[in-house]
Design a protein around this ligand. Structure first.
Ligand code: S3P
Length: 184
C-alpha cells in the first residue's frame, strides 16, 4: 500500500488549498487528479465536459484511479465526484489514508460558486446541488478520517488534520506492538 494522504470532499471543500499546505508541511509531493486529467487530455475540465460529456470525464477518472495506485507518499486531492462510485472508497483506501474534508452544505456551496468554472454546478439550482451533496455523503463518509472545515481556514484545517494523522500513526504502531506481545 502506498502511504499517500488522499483528500476527498465536495466541490468547494478546500481540497486544493489544504492539500497544497499539507504537502508543504509534510515535505511531500502534491498531486491533483483533475490536473492529471487535464495534462493527459491537453484541455481544461470545462472543455472536457463541454466537448465529450460527463461520462467521458468519469472514464478518465477511472483511468486516473489506476494511475494513483502507482503513487507512494504523496498528498493527493481528488475531484469531488471521484470517490462516489461503488467500490471506489475501498480502492482509495488501499492507496493510503483517505481524509474527508467535510463542510456544512451552505459554506461549501458558497465557496464552490465563488471559485467558478465547475461544470457540475452549471445550470443547476441550489436544491439540485444540495441533492448531489447529500447523495455523495455516504461515499465521503467511508473515509478513514474526517476533518470538519466549517468556519476555519485552510491553515487551521491542516493543523487539525496533522493531529489526526499523527494519532492514527501512533495508534497503528501501538497496535503492532500489542500484536507482538506473548500472552502471559
Ligand atoms: C467534479 C468536481 C471537480 C472536477 C469536475 C467534477 C464533481 O473537482 O473534478 O468538475 O463531480 O464534483 P473539484 O471538487 O476540485 O471542484
Amino acid at each position: 500500500m502506498g502511504d499517500n494522504v488522499i483528500l476527498v470532499g465536495f466541490m468547494g471543500a478546500g481540497k486544493s488549498s489544504v492539500g497544497r499546505l499539507l504537502a508543504r508541511r509534510l515535505g511531500r509531493c502534491f498531486v491533483e487528479t483533475d490536473d492529471m486529467i487535464t495534462a493527459q487530455e491537453g484541455r481544461s475540465i470545462p472543455e472536457i465536459f463541454a466537448e465529450r460529456g460527463e461520462a467521458y470525464f468519469r472514464a478518465l477518472e477511472e483511468e486516473t484511479v489506476r494511475l494513483l495506485a502507482l503513487k507512494s507518499g504523496d498528498v493527493i486531492a481528488t475531484g469531488g465526484g471521484l470517490p462516489c462510485r461503488d467500490g471506489r472508497p475501498a480502492a482509495l483506501q488501499a492507496m493510503g489514508t483517505v481524509v474527508w474534508l467535510r463542510g456544512e452544505f451552505d459554506a461549501v456551496y458558497e465557496r464552490a460558486q465563488r471559485a467558478g468554472a465547475r461544470p457540475m454546478l452549471a445550470g443547476r439550482g441550489r436544491d439540485d446541488i444540495e441533492a448531489l451533496y447529500r447523495a455523495r455523503e455516504p461515499f465521503y463518509r467511508q473515509a478513514d478520517l474526517t476533518v470538519d472545515t466549517t468556519g476555519i481556514n485552510p491553515d487551521q484545517v491542516v493543523a487539525k488534520l496533522l493531529l489526526l494523522l499523527r494519532a492514527k500513526v501512533s495508534l497503528s504502531s501501538l497496535g503492532r506492538g500489542l500484536q507482538g506481545q506473548e500472552p502471559t
